[in-house]
Design a protein around this ligand. Sequence first.
Ligand code: AMP
Ligand code: GLY
Length: 414
Amino acid sequence: MKVLIIGNGGREHALAWKISESEQVSKIYMARGNGGTESFAENLDIDPTNIDELLKFAKENKIDLTVVGPEDPLCDGIVDAFRDNGLKIFGPNKECARFEKSKEFTKKFSEKYNIRTAKYKSFTNYDDALSGLKEYDYPFVIKADGLCLGKGVSICENKEEAVDALSKIFKDRIFGDEGDTVVIEEFLTGEEASVLCLVSNNKLFPLERAKDHKQIFDGDKGPNTGGVGTYSPVAASEKLEENLNKIYRQIEDGLDAENLKYSGILFIGFMIEKDVPKVLEFNVRFGDPETEVLMPRLDCDLFEILNKTIDGTLKEEDIKWKDEACLTVIMCSGGYPDSYEKGKVITGLEDVDSDIIVFHNGTKKEEKLLTNGGRVLSVTSLASTLKEAREKAYKNVEKIKFDKAYYRKDIGTK
Ligand code: AMP
Ligand code: GLY
C-alpha cells in the first residue's frame, strides 16, 4: 500500500515513522517532509497547501491512503476534494474543520451543548470590542477568531494591553481576515492537558493524554509557542476521567445533532482545575509535539487504525498502548518564537543513544543537515518511568549541537 503524508514537521515525521512499521505499507511519500523523513520516505516538492497538486499526485500514483498533518489544507477542503475523486484520506471535511478555523464556531457549539468552557463574547469591530472589555475582570483573553499560526491569543493583564491587542487585530489587521471576528473570554487557571481523539462517524476514541509545554522559557514563562516539549501519559483521578467522559459524550451528541459527519482527529485542549476540565480549544489535526510522544507509545498498527477510523469499523480494543512513559524535548533555533536564523549546521546526531528517537521538526538536508525552522528537533525517549525518560532525553539533547540552539530544561518536572 502507498501512503502520502502531508506536512513538514515533527508531527508528520512521527506519523510517517509509525506508519512505516506497518507490514501493509510498501511506500511513503511526504509533501514536503524534512531532513529526517528522507531516510525512509520520498520527500516530494509539493506545498502542503497546494490541494490541486496533491490531488494530481495522489491520483497519478494511486495512493491508497493520504494523511493530513496541518490544519490549513483541512480548512481549505482537501478532504472533500480527495473524497470527491474517490481517494481515501484521513481528516475531517471542510465543514467540520470549522472547529479549528473559527474559535467563535467552537464557542457557540460548546455553549449550545453545555460543554464547559470559558465565558465569552464575540465582536466584529474595534469600538464594540472596546466597550465589551468592561464586562471582564483582568486578566482576560483576547483571541482572533481564525487561523493565526498559534499567535492569535493575547492574555491581557490591564487595559493598555487589551487596547493594544484589539488595535493590532482590528486596526493594523495583523491577522488579515482571520481577525475579522474577535473572541474575548474569561481567563482560566489550572493545568493544561491535550487529548487527541480519533473520531469515526462522530464517535470519539480518546488517545492517551499528553502534556504540552507552550511557553518558551522554563517555569512556563515567556511567550507562547507551538509547544516545546511534551510527555505522556498524564495521570487523572476517577473524578476527572468521569468529567472528561461527559464532555466526550456531549461532543458526540452535538456532532450528531448538528448533522456533522466528523472523521479524523479532534484535538481537545483542556484547562483542568480541581478535576474540572474546561475546553480551551479544538483543533482538527494531530498536535505537535503531542504526536511525537504518542506514536512511540502506540502499540498497534497506525495504518490499520487510521483506515478503520475512516471506514467506521474502529473499536476501542484496536487502540493499544505501551506502559512506558515517553517524553520529548524540542531543540529550537535561538530567538523562536520571534525571529530566528535558519541554515545552521546540525552535528552530533550520530552520537545519540540507539534507543532515542529524534524526530525532525524543521531541518533540511543539503550536503549537511541544516536547521530550517523555529522548532528544529524533537529528542524523544521511551522508558519505564517518566523520570528515566526525562533523564535519557536530556542526556542526549546535550550531544546535539547547532549554533544558538535553545531548549527548555524543565520538561516533565512538574
Ligand atoms: P488556544 O489557541 O485557544 O488554545 O490558546 C493558546 C494558549 O493560550 C492555550 O494553550 C493557553 O495556554 C492560553 N489560553 C487560551 N485561552 C485561555 C483562557 N481562556 N484562559 C487561560 N489561558 C488561555
Ligand atoms: N501543541 C499544540 C498544538 O499542536 O496545537
